[in-house]
Design a protein around this ligand. Structure first.
Ligand SMILES: [Zn+2]
Ligand SMILES: [Zn+2]
Ligand SMILES: [Zn+2]
Ligand SMILES: [Zn+2]
Ligand SMILES: [Zn+2]
Ligand SMILES: [Zn+2]
Ligand SMILES: [Zn+2]
Length: 124
């Protein structure tokens, strides 16, 4: 049995997650809940997971668009974290899949590390 699913390259669309046994996302499940397109998703190890009514888990990705543009905002200084903070695996912020890259959730909006500053990729 081999799986072609590569967790580092989530495909767009409604795809069921096939390695999600033993955990059911819901209120108080321990994962940060975010609003996405009128429903609630959970940030889970760099993925955006949506619990379907029939018990499966879907992979969702924040679409690049007006509300969540990919923009360079060198003047963005929201004070959400120390200026010297470097985002990365285990930095303490929830990772959010946005288009073809990963952002970090700070005070309800997306931070994208870009050189010495963080770009603001919009609210979540
Ligand atoms: Zn959960
Ligand atoms: Zn969603
Ligand atoms: Zn999950
Ligand atoms: Zn930038
Ligand atoms: Zn910010
Ligand atoms: Zn961080
Ligand atoms: Zn982004």
């Amino acid at each position: 049995m081999s799986h072609d699913h590569d967790p580092h390259h989530p495909r767009q669309g409604h795809e069921h997650h096939d390695s999600h046994e033993g955990h059911v996302h819901g209120a108080g499940c321990g994962h940060p809940a975010v609003e996405h397109d009128g429903h609630v998703d959970y940030l889970h190890d760099g993925h955006l997971h949506h619990a379907c009514a029939h018990g499966k888990v879907e992979e969702h990705v924040i679409a690049i668009g007006e509300g969540n543009p990919v923009a360079c905002t060198p003047r963005h200084a929201c004070g959400g974290h120390d200026a010297a903070h470097v985002h990365g695996p285990g930095c303490g912020h929830a990772e959010v899949p946005h288009g073809d890259h990963t952002d970090y959730l700070i005070d309800g909006h997306l931070h994208h590390p870009h050189g010495a500053h963080c770009d603001d990729h919009g609210a979540l």
